[in-house]
Ligand binder design. Structure first.
Ligand code: C2E
Ligand code: MG
Ligand code: MG
Ligand code: MG
Length: 285
């Protein structure tokens, strides 16, 4: 009987594994077609300067509008697209679209200085032509390099340091600003902060969540802000959902913030309405 039960368990796991593999394969083949079928969209989340309360930039966040599943979050397909290399063409589409939309938005009244932050996977930086691709897309949009910020994660600086160092220096010399995303979530090899021209750090949402309740999170965030400022690097707090968090971050001297409290990521059309209807300066008080 025990043997039989064991067999059944095994069969169950095999079926389960089969289903998972199947799911993954379906997702992968759907993903392969998504670009050609125009199923990707970008949502833009405003980045707010804490002193003035003004919108100073936007972060482009990809969405996959799947015909059966609806909007699929990048958490579900970015890792897969990094593994199979699809992130390269997808990432190029993201950059082209985000810059084109930024050029449109910059023509709105008072929006000429807006920047666009674009998330970049390390897989993209490994491409021989990455710099050429960025150059091409900047030229196509007519925007200066300083309109663009590339968000990279810390991990990159341990794994690919030698290869990427030169590339990042080239980007910086083109005026493109580098931002370290999800700062503090692991890996920290702090020396790169000094050697590279890092413009800003994004304090991860994980620290921000309990910043006004958890002593350790508060302490770490304070340390990150002071380290950044000593190195003349700006700090952006992400995932700000509550007024108390915002007040705390302001008191710490964070320059910028993003989060549902301030504004959610939204499609271009909604963003235009948001920017037009916003009476800047007053809201954050
Ligand atoms: P990220 O770059 O750290 O982006 C911040 C994430 O936090 C976004 O999730 C955003 O929607 C979410 N967020 C913003 N404010 C709040 C808040 O107040 N509360 C909470 N709970 N969440 C908030 P999203 O859009 O699901 O993106 C997840 C991750 O996927 C991004 O993390 C980024 O690593 C990656 N990603 C998104 N778009 C792209 C892309 O175009 N290319 C690449 N390579 N990665 C991307
Ligand atoms: Mg980001
Ligand atoms: Mg982040
Ligand atoms: Mg993240």
């Amino acid at each position: 009987a025990a043997k039989k039960a064991h067999k059944n368990t095994l069969r169950f796991y095999q079926a389960e594994l089969g289903r998972e593999t199947q799911h993954r394969l379906t997702l992968e083949s759907d993903l392969r077609q998504a670009l050609a079928l125009g199923q990707f969209a970008l949502h833009y989340q405003p980045i707010i300067a804490l002193d003035s309360g003004q919108v100073v930039g936007l972060e482009a966040l990809i969405r996959w509008d799947h015909p059966e599943r609806g909007l699929v979050s990048p958490e579900e397909f970015i890792a897969l697209s990094e593994e199979n290399g699809l992130i390269v063409p997808i990432g190029e589409w993201v950059l082209a679209t985000a810059l084109e939309d930024l050029a449109t938005l910059r023509r709105m009244e008072g929006m000429a200085g807006l920047h666009m932050a674009v998330n970049i996977s390390s897989r993209q930086l490994l491409e021989e032509d990455f710099m050429g691709m960025v150059e091409r897309e900047l030229r196509a949009s007519g925007l200066p390099g300083s309109a663009l910020q590339l968000e990279l994660t810390e991990r990159l600086f341990l794994e690919e340091y030698i290869h990427t160092r030169r590339l990042l220096a080239d980007l910086a010399s083109r005026g493109v600003n580098l931002v370290i995303d999800d700062f503090g979530t692991g890996y920290s090899a702090l020396s790169y902060l000094r050697r590279l021209n890092v413009h800003a750090l994004k304090v991860d949402r994980e620290f921000v969540r309990d910043i006004d309740r958890d002593e350790d999170d508060a302490l770490l965030t304070r340390a990150i802000v002071s380290l950044a400022h000593d190195l003349q690097i700006q700090v952006v707090a992400e995932g700000v959902e509550e007024k108390q968090q915002l007040d705390y971050l302001k008191a710490l001297g964070c320059e910028m913030a993003q989060g549902y409290l301030l504004a959610r990521p939204m499609p271009l059309a909604d963003l235009r309405v948001y920017l037009e209807s916003r009476d800047d300066h007053v809201q954050l008080g």
